[in-house]
Design a binder for this molecule. Structure first.
Ligand SMILES: C[S@@+](CC[C@H](N)C(=O)[O-])C[C@H]1O[C@@H](n2cnc3c(N)ncnc32)[C@H](O)[C@@H]1O
Length: 200
């Protein structure tokens, strides 16, 4: 059982997490032209905090996650049922069969060991013209996860280095924005970027 399986039932209780996903969603909506005909992936969808902001904005969301516990919480949200299909699988080893108009993701990239590999997998899951919108931590000192760093493969990302990786994976029109800053008190702040890119 992963840490996410263990904490899934309490995940949405946190005001900090709700505020984070609201701000990521707002920045995403400001930076990506979502269409009600679009079929998209939420990579690392978890309990659906970001997915829920897609209601009425896209046609469907493939909620991809490797934690059955997190996806079970998402599956209990009645309002999401018509829009969301959960996929409990690692798309690096078991890709989805369809091509998608876009991929969104919040706070999951730092949990994936091989960034180059997952960016290529994202590229392969997109149609021509499809978009990528990833939110994650800027480079940090390893103190963000107060419960410890089990399952954390990256202490955030340097924007310039991630930009290069996105180009290497084939993406174009790459743009970084600061979506939010998490304040953990005692002078500890953690900026969160949103990077958008296109497969063109
Ligand atoms: C920090 S949580 C974020 C969940 C959600 N996006 C949110 O903002 O509340 C990270 C999520 O990524 C999932 N995850 C980690 N590695 C993954 C992988 N290789 N493929 C899919 N999901 C993954 C975890 O199970 C967890 O649900």
């Amino acid at each position: 059982m992963s840490r996410f399986d263990k904490v899934a039932k309490e995940w949405d209780i946190s005001d900090a997490r709700t505020a984070l996903s609201e701000n990521i969603a707002k920045t995403l909506i400001d930076n990506v032209s979502l269409q009600t005909t679009m079929n998209i992936i939420d990579f690392g969808a978890g309990t659906g905090l970001l997915t829920s902001h897609m209601l009425g904005r896209v046609a469907s969301v493939a909620a991809v996650d490797i934690s059955a516990g997190m996806l079970n919480q998402l599956a209990q949200k009645e309002e999401l049922k018509d829009m969301v299909t959960p996929y409990c699988q690692n798309i690096i080893h078991e890709p989805l069969e369809d091509d998608f108009d876009g991929i969104i993701s919040a706070m999951t990239l730092h949990h994936v060991k091989n960034t180059d590999e997952i960016l290529k997998v994202f590229y392969e899951h997109l149609k021509e013209g499809g978009f990528l919108a990833l939110a994650d931590l800027d480079k940090e000192d390893g103190s963000f996860h107060s419960h410890g760093n089990e399952g954390v493969f990256h202490f955030g990302f340097e924007r310039e280095a991630l930009h290069v990786k996105l180009i290497d994976a084939g993406f174009k029109e790459i743009k970084f924005t600061t979506a939010y800053t998490i304040d953990k008190g005692e002078g500890k702040t953690f900026p969160i970027f949103l990077v958008t890119a296109l497969k063109v």
